[in-house]
Ligand binder design. Structure first.
Ligand code: MF3
Ligand code: CO
Ligand code: CO
Length: 270
């Protein structure tokens, strides 16, 4: 039996069935719960390696599978991206310092369905600039999600994010994007966090994808470090990211990865 049901659009985007939403809900809930539970383990002096070890343990305890361990040679259950690291930060021995901001990104597989979410955490007292960056990045994701409804296009999502971010004099990273997911980790389309209204494929009920804008205080350019994973801002400016997995419904979208404890963002939880 083909486990990949439903049809593909002309752009190769899978249209899932109504019953598939339940699978995504369960996978998304676990990923979001792990991000809730990890909050108390983020503090000055903690290593990102220890945070990842705890995440690995939680995935195992839930009887789930990490989507990132073994993915293209990646060896960890999370990506932890501190300060000017844009994404794909590798957990390690470095201790968090007072004023650090960090993104923790977790993807789990539950009953074959992928749940992918990330959010920002802080260590000690952060600067006002950092606080604003985190708020703007969070709000840009939520504006993208508001544009995620049947009849709109992927360009409407990107445009909503880009317009808002640039009005705040911050920049949207172009080198990484969101992605379709479901029973696979990364599927069409590339979900760009910039663009023009009305461009790109039209959104249809049953599409599952992530929106995961990365926003920089400085310029948008990135580079990859010698470890072949860690992406950093070229100008060393601070970067932030938030990610939800969503499914398009008849009238809008369902967020598969809301925080069970309402911790997605401290001042604007969802
Ligand atoms: N979770 C990331 C995403 O949002 C992908 C991480 S792949 C890894 O798509 F190998 F770096 F973990
Ligand atoms: Co993702
Ligand atoms: Co992710």
């Amino acid at each position: 039996m083909d486990e990949h049901k439903g049809r593909l659009t002309k752009d190769g985007i899978r249209i899932h069935e109504a019953a598939d939403f339940a699978g995504m809900r369960k996978a998304g809930e676990l990923a979001a719960r792990i991000l809730d539970e990890i909050a108390e383990h983020v503090f000055v002096g903690q290593t990102t390696g220890e945070i990842d070890r705890i995440i690995t343990e939680k995935v195992e305890q839930a009887g789930a599978v990490s989507a990132t361990i073994g993915y293209k040679g990646y060896r960890h259950a999370s990506c932890i991206s501190v300060n000017h690291v844009v994404c794909h930060g590798i957990p390690g021995d470095k201790k968090l310092k007072d004023g650090d901001i960090l993104n923790i990104d977790v993807t789990v597989i539950v009953d074959g369905w992928f749940g992918d979410t990330s959010r920002m955490y802080t260590a000690g007292q952060i600067s006002r600039k950092a606080e604003r960056l985190i708020q703007v990045t969070h709000d840009s994701l939520m504006l993208g999600i508001e544009a995620a409804k049947p009849g709109n296009t992927f360009g409407d999502i990107g445009s909503a994010i880009q317009t808002y971010v640039e009005r705040q004099r911050m920049s949207v990273v172009r080198d990484f994007c969101g992605h379709g997911l479901g029973r696979v980790f990364h599927a069409p389309p590339n979900v760009l966090h910039y663009g023009r209204p009305g461009t790109g494929p039209r959104l249809e009920e049953g599409m599952f994808f992530t929106i995961e804008p990365m926003v920089n205080l400085g310029r948008p350019e990135t580079k990859i470090l010698a470890d072949d994973w860690t992406a950093v801002t070229r100008d060393k400016s601070l970067s932030a990211q938030f990610e939800h997995s969503i499914g398009i419904t008849a009238t809008g979208c369902e967020i598969f990865t809301p925080s069970p404890a309402n911790l997605f963002h401290p001042t604007n939880p969802s």
